[in-house]
Design a protein. Structure first.
Length: 260
């Protein structure tokens, strides 16, 4: 591993994902079941700068768990400076992962209107304009959440699992012949129609719009959307690295008395 290495950590609802960067280059990614497993790994790795984004853990816990890591640490929250503006009425409630993905999009496609579709626990669709202004977006239930909701909120509908591969023959038809197939069809086709409608609405308003797809369930829907679509699985990690570099190089460089 190169001497100067940035580590970004995306601590989500169901997984802990890491990205190792040298400058702007993503050189390695990883996934961990919990922070203990990651800390064990970090004992044998050299980290120069570190940023952690979490939708599920308070800053105090993050700092405590990483206290033994000898690196400049930034816990990303609503007060962390970012290289875009937020035209959002409640910035304190804006998810860090949404901001990071928007930063990643504007970094990859500077000067262009971008729509970020993140298919994780929830579906988020966020618009960042050509002037790097986060304009807002929407939040909707994600794939597995929809399956669980139908089971948990009804007396007789079973809990069905997602298939390993939704492409090709595995994609469910609209006219299902049994209840399990009907559940698969409703969730998959419903989400696909929702995504298509969102994209088409934005494209009518913003010709030349760049559409980026990320999140764990993104591959299932890539072929269901009208191109061009850019699938960027590591978009949040890229955005976090840009935020880390922005803070270290732009802000801390001018304020040597501030500790990360």
């Amino acid at each position: 591993m190169p001497t100067a290495t940035n580590l970004v950590i995306d601590w989500g609802n169901t997984r802990l994902k890491t990205g190792w960067f040298t400058g702007t280059d993503l050189v390695e990614t990883g996934q961990y079941a919990d922070m203990d497993a990651l800390v064990t790994t970090l004992a044998n790795r050299l980290v120069t700068q570190l940023i952690v984004s979490s939708t599920s853990r308070p800053a105090e816990e993050i700092r405590e768990r990483l206290a033994g890591i000898k690196a400049g640490l930034i816990v990303f929250d609503s007060q962390t400076p970012v290289p875009l503006r937020k035209a959002y009425e409640t910035p304190a409630t804006l998810g860090a992962d949404r901001v990071a993905a928007a930063v990643g999009a504007s970094t990859l496609f500077p000067g262009q209107d971008c729509l970020v579709l993140d298919l994780g626990t929830c579906l988020t669709a966020d618009f960042v304009d050509r002037d790097s202004v986060f304009q807002g977006g929407l939040i909707s239930p994600g794939l597995r959440m929809r399956f669980r909701a139908m089971h948990e909120q009804t007396a007789r509908l079973p809990l069905v699992e997602t298939l390993a591969d939704w492409s090709g023959q595995d994609w469910p038809g609209l006219t299902a012949k049994n209840t399990q197939a009907a559940l698969h069809s409703g969730v998959m086709n419903g989400l696909a129609f929702e995504l298509t409608g969102i994209v088409e609405s934005y494209r009518r308003e913003r010709p030349g719009l760049v559409v980026l797809l990320c999140g764990g369930d993104a591959p299932a829907f890539e072929s269901r959307l009208k191109p061009p679509i850019f699938v960027v699985p590591e978009l949040v990690l890229m955005g976090l690295n840009r935020i880390l570099r922005y803070n270290v190089e732009t802000i801390q460089a001018n304020t040597p008395d501030i500790n990360a």
